[in-house]
Design a protein. Structure first.
Length: 341
């Protein structure tokens, strides 16, 4: 299959998070054929029942190309026109998988080995696949993570601070509100105070941003609410500790603020000859840490189209990406060799 055919084949396999088994089987079979002809090895890295990462190695990997197999819902099958391939995962991240596989073919055809492909599950929810892989490194010195970056090498990516805010009240008949205590009103007051907390800025990453993603609570319109909760996600540009403290002070006694997840902002190295950008989203990279080597972030596609009904990837950009991945593997291998000498 060429890169466009492979992208469409991957998109047409439904693989929303927790349902990656079929796409994993497909990639394991596809890469096993390539490995059999090129002295490589393909393994399943078990994450949990019917969920596994796919790892293909040629020699002792100095560079690992990695991205995720899962997608967000809903499933959207592929279609194609002269300029784009459309469908769920076209740019996030099945087109990237196809580009990495094609890069492997290019490298092997030119006699280059000592690299790996690692495709993981669960990035869209909790990075479960990356967490398992981080506990089973293979000695790689560089990890090139694939996300939609417009084929630009990322210099920095924002982190994330996820919070749950809960408030408790006392039920009463809504005709007699003085007999109750509204948890919803407490929550709204706490959220309004938290929205007034100044958010940090960074010269490279820009401002932190805050999103109140969910609000729930109460039992019925004629009942004073005894429980209310909200979920908040802050895109971090620096140390989360001062923000945690400021949010807790803002909520005061009206609500409790609990940290659910904290992912740090990441800064990456430059590689000569590659255009650069900064991004606001988070990736598997903080979960990998440096277990698979120094991380870099690069991939085809527009992040603004990911997770939308209009998700698509440019065919020219996809074709260029395969060459870029092959090129960065060669450059990093040469860099690693020079650093060792």
């Amino acid at each position: 299959m060429n890169i466009f055919e492979l992208t469409r084949a991957l998109v047409d396999i439904e693989s929303t998070t927790d349902n990656e088994c079929e796409v994993g089987d497909f990639l394991h079979g596809h890469l096993s054929k390539l490995a059999a002809a090129t002295d490589g090895k393909v393994d399943r890295m078990e994450v949990e029942p019917r969920r596994f990462n796919v790892l293909a190695c040629w020699g002792q990997p100095v560079v690992t190309l990695s991205t995720h197999m899962d997608t967000v819902p809903p499933f959207l099958s592929s279609r194609e026109d002269d300029e784009f391939i459309w469908g769920r995962g076209a740019c996030d991240a099945k087109g990237i998988i196809a580009a990495m596989v094609m890069a492997a073919e290019k490298l092997l055809a030119g006699g280059t080995k000592n690299f790996a492909l690692l495709f993981v599950v669960g990035e869209e929810r909790n990075s479960a696949g990356a967490a398992v892989a981080a506990r089973s490194p293979r000695g790689s010195r560089y990890l090139v993570n694939g996300e939609p970056t417009g084929n630009k090498l990322v210099l920095a990516s924002k982190g994330a601070l996820r919070l749950e805010v809960t408030a408790q009240g006392r039920m009463a008949h809504s005709a007699y509100p003085e007999l109750g205590e509204s948890a919803i009103e407490k929550l709204l007051d706490a959220l309004e105070a938290m929205r007034r907390v100044p958010l940090p800025q960074d010269a490279l990453l820009g401002p932190s941003t805050m999103n109140i993603g969910t609000i729930a609570g109460g039992r019925a319109p004629n009942v004073i609410a005894d429980d209310a909760r909200a979920e908040i996600l802050v895109r971090l540009v620096g140390d989360p500790a001062p923000l945690r403290e400021a949010f807790a002070r803002a909520a005061g006694t009206r609500a409790q603020v609990r940290e659910v997840l904290s992912i740090p902002a990441i800064r990456f190295r430059r590689v000569d000859g590659f255009p650069t950008t900064v991004v606001s989203f988070t990736t598997d990279v903080p979960v990998f840490g440096r277990s698979w080597g120094e991380p870099l972030l690069l991939g085809p596609g527009d992040i603004h189209l990911a997770h939308t009904a209009e998700e698509r990837i440019s065919k020219p950009e996809l074709a260029v990406a395969a060459g870029m991945y092959a090129d960065i593997v060669r450059r990093l291998q040469a860099s690693g060799a020079s650093e060792q000498s």
